[in-house]
Design a protein. Structure first.
Length: 391
């Protein structure tokens, strides 16, 4: 697990000459590095770097520098090229950086080469997201899924850690103990991965049993989906009064929550709050959280919560659609819920996608919630009739 900000500093009391070790974590100074591969991609790369800054802050780092480079293609050895890697080394030394965070996933070789070239700790976007997930996970299921994703990420990079693990390098005089230690580490990780997969499968079966019991009662299920920090948990609380964690935090919800919502005339639905999506979401994370995201695939309706106040809301909505396609949930009925109306300029209205229901709301102030409940009521009654007819 990556522990950003886990370094400890020391302090002394001059008169007593006694050393007192401070227990306060030291905030690591970070530099962000992004690349774009066509001139028209600069704006998107700058936006992605801003998002990376929010991720770094969520992990506890202090961003002090940002570097953006245009290239025809990623460099196979250094991603940014040797010259830029040398420049990053100078920047890290001049600004006292503790780590450099890349906005794309690096190969094991690229990460190793960059660490050697820059003499600085190197993280990529995947590592950063995994660290945030490790901090946010609260339930046993969430922790199992995060650990599985971390180990899947670490395993192909273990060969690059061989010198550190065995205190030996490659070449003459290093055969035997070093290789044995490395293979032992690989085997332990593979065994742990197999154990985690069995545990997650067991959790998945238990969750499926719960869904089967719910399906025995004609109560339809609606799942909240959307980009991270779009306001899903705030909307979940507004509809259910569940009191879940809210705030301007990325990935504040990792573990699925389900609550009943009473609409008018005795009509009920089950509402599910799920993990937020993000661009460049690592495949290992999607795979590891598949048991949790089954709630999305098995839902009768998706409420796609969109932060309409964000200038890049279209790109965020498209990123969510991509993940839904990967989950096999792209053909589910959808209501587009344009949130944060209170932050919009007066008179601004969202575009209504062709053939889909949509509503403009503010989950924080309650604006538009009656309209959303009316849509849910119509859908819920129709779904209940269909479920009863199937019995």
């Amino acid at each position: 697990m990556i522990k950003i900000g886990a370094l400890e500093g020391g302090a002394s009391i001059g008169r007593s000459h006694k050393q007192v070790v401070s227990t306060a974590p030291r905030t690591e100074r970070a530099g962000l590095v992004g690349c774009f591969f066509a001139r028209r991609g600069r704006a998107r790369a700058e936006e992605s770097l801003l998002e990376l800054e929010a991720l770094a802050s969520a992990a506890g780092a202090m961003v002090v520098e940002r570097v953006l480079q245009e290239r025809p293609a990623p460099d196979p050895a250094f991603f940014v090229g040797r010259g830029k890697a040398d420049e990053l080394r100078q920047v890290a030394q001049a600004l006292g950086l503790d780590l450099l965070i890349f906005d794309d996933e690096l190969s094991p070789g690229q990460q190793r080469n960059l660490e050697n070239r820059t003499d600085c700790k190197i993280l990529d976007r995947t590592q950063l997201i995994l660290d945030i997930f490790a901090r946010r996970a609260r339930t046993r299921e969430g922790k199992l899924q995060v650990e599985l994703a971390q180990l899947n990420y670490l395993l192909p990079r273990l060969v690059g850690k061989g010198t550190m693990l065995s205190r030996l390098g490659a070449g003459i005089g290093t055969r035997g103990p070093g290789e044995t230690r490395l293979e032992m580490d690989r085997r332990r990780i593979r065994n742990r991965i197999a154990l985690l997969r069995r545990e997650i499968e067991r959790v998945g079966r238990h969750r499926q049993q719960q869904r089967s019991r719910r399906q025995g009662v004609p109560v339809p299920v609606a799942a909240l989906v959307g980009y991270t920090n779009a306001g899903k948990s705030t909307l979940f609380n507004a509809l259910t009064r569940a009191g879940t964690v809210e705030g301007r935090q990325l990935f504040s919800t990792l573990d699925p929550l389900l609550r009943r919502v009473e609409l008018r005339n005795g009509t009920e639905i089950v509402l599910s709050d799920t993990v937020g999506f993000i661009r460049k979401l690592p495949h290992d994370i999607v795979a590891a959280f598949r048991a949790t995201l089954e709630e999305v695939r098995e839902a009768d309706l998706l409420l796609h919560v969109i932060d309409r106040s964000n200038p890049h809301w279209r790109d965020q909505a498209a990123a969510v659609e991509e993940v839904l396609t990967e989950l096999g949930a792209q053909n589910k009925p959808v209501i587009d819920v344009y949130n944060k109306a209170d932050l919009l300029p007066e008179g601004s209205h969202p575009m209504r996608p062709l053939g889909r229901d949509s509503v403009l709301i503010s989950a924080r102030t309650g604006f538009g919630l009656p309209d959303l409940k009316s849509l849910l009521l119509v859908w819920g009654r129709t779904r209940v009739k269909r479920l009863k007819s199937m019995d």
